[in-house]
Design a protein around this ligand. Sequence first.
Ligand SMILES: Cc1cc2nc3c(=O)[nH]c(=O)nc-3n(C[C@H](O)[C@H](O)[C@H](O)COP(=O)(O)OP(=O)(O)OC[C@H]3O[C@@H](n4cnc5c(N)ncnc54)[C@H](O)[C@@H]3O)c2cc1C
Length: 464
Amino acid sequence: MPITADLASGLRDTIRGRVLVVGDEGYDAARSVWNAMIDRWPAAVVRPLDTSDVRASVLAAVARGLPVSVRGGGHNVAGHAVGDGALMLDLSELRGVEVDPVTRVAHVGGGATWGAVDAATQAHGLATPGGLISETGVGGLTLSGGIGWLRSAHGLAIDNLVGAEVVTADGSIVQATPDGSHADLLWALRGGGGNFGVVTRFDFALHRVGPTVSFCGPVYDLEAGAGPIRFWRDFLADKHDRVGSLVEFSTIPASPDYPEQSWGRRVYTVAAMFAGDGAEGETLLAPLRAQGPLVTDFSGQMAYVDVQRLFDAVAPFGAYRSYWKSRYLATLDDATIDGLLAHNARPPSSTTLSSIWNFGAATARVPAEATAFGDRSMSWMASFDSMWTDPADDAGNIAWTRAGWDALAPWAAGNRIYLNFPGHGEDADLTAQAFGAANLARLRAVKRCYDPTNVFRFNANIEP
Ligand SMILES: Cc1cc2nc3c(=O)[nH]c(=O)nc-3n(C[C@H](O)[C@H](O)[C@H](O)COP(=O)(O)OP(=O)(O)OC[C@H]3O[C@@H](n4cnc5c(N)ncnc54)[C@H](O)[C@@H]3O)c2cc1C
């Protein structure tokens, strides 16, 4: 407590942003993150208003021997944004987005959400690849990869990261660019997570997208069996460069958006987006909707910004306890599909989601050593995203996720997980495999340079 009091009063004297400690109104809300299971107590929460507030906060924490956690959008399922006894930097005030339509670059505040980026860039008919849910933070999603609908055409979020401003552990404010200063740091930020400092500004390359795109979202009853998923797999074989897609297993909620007779049914949605010409996209994607009777169908030509928030309602902030795990798959053979169908027939919670994602095209064209993210040869990814409300159901839901994940081991593309879909911190040994040996060695060297005492350790941690 003396450290906390000293830290808080010191910071209140030096920065413009808010400083919250235990007992302050707003402290509990500020330490809450997307996953309702996470209940950690930072020494203080600081909401910087600008880069110099971030710098002063980092220096104040380091002077008192405190580690720093960084909150972008707070969506990390393992709760990396908040740490017991740490100084928590909540970047939610750094949410500005500036678009330069001439150079086609967006300058994005370190605490912005993807919804803000999409709104600002689409005002110019431009976009950069983000995720599938508009409320996720640009920070965490980008720093560990960033997989969204545009991945086939334009790669991962990191493949479009062309610059960044970073406050490092010694309080330096550095500009990382691909060819100039701190190029090694920019390389590390492309997949190495929040290990190297606080990113106060991300610069993203932009592409012409929309404003209208073709979306395909037929919903099949699980009893339709494997046919539509096998068709989807084969259909994509020569279309990975044109279509970002996933099959999502879910339970139909009791909602007027769905036919009443379908409430409670286990289903899967064969979702896909084509970002080119609307009529061409509709024709291209039509066969995915013709593989049997549909429970309902969300397909149509719609605004890109609407596609980007289509799934928001299934994963509201703070609503669910949650445990996720994913695996890259080398192949998606019939046995794998059958296994996924069987496992998804009986999740312990009706709000749980599970998905199969396609890769290839622009994502696959980036060499393993070009970004910290590592190898791009995976063809598919399966993710088990358990979400529930009652703490008494924790064990059952976690066991279900792990069992599904374990069962996929024979088809895995190496023992790799997507670091943005992590279990609760038990994946330390998998971090090394995620990057690959050569990239991990290079990441350690960058870490030693920018954060030698591991001030930024609330992440998929790369020890210096
Ligand atoms: C509902 C939901 C939907 C999702 N959908 C997708 C998806 O479609 N595609 C996808 O790829 N992922 C998706 N994810 C995973 C998502 O990418 C991760 O949860 C990611 O960590 C979220 O970023 P955040 O900034 O909100 O997280 P936070 O919890 O705030 O941060 C996560 C990590 O990033 C670090 N960090 C965040 N911002 C900064 C910064 N500015 N500087 C330095 N470090 C920073 C934090 O310290 C922490 O270690 C989803 C997650 C959820 C919960």
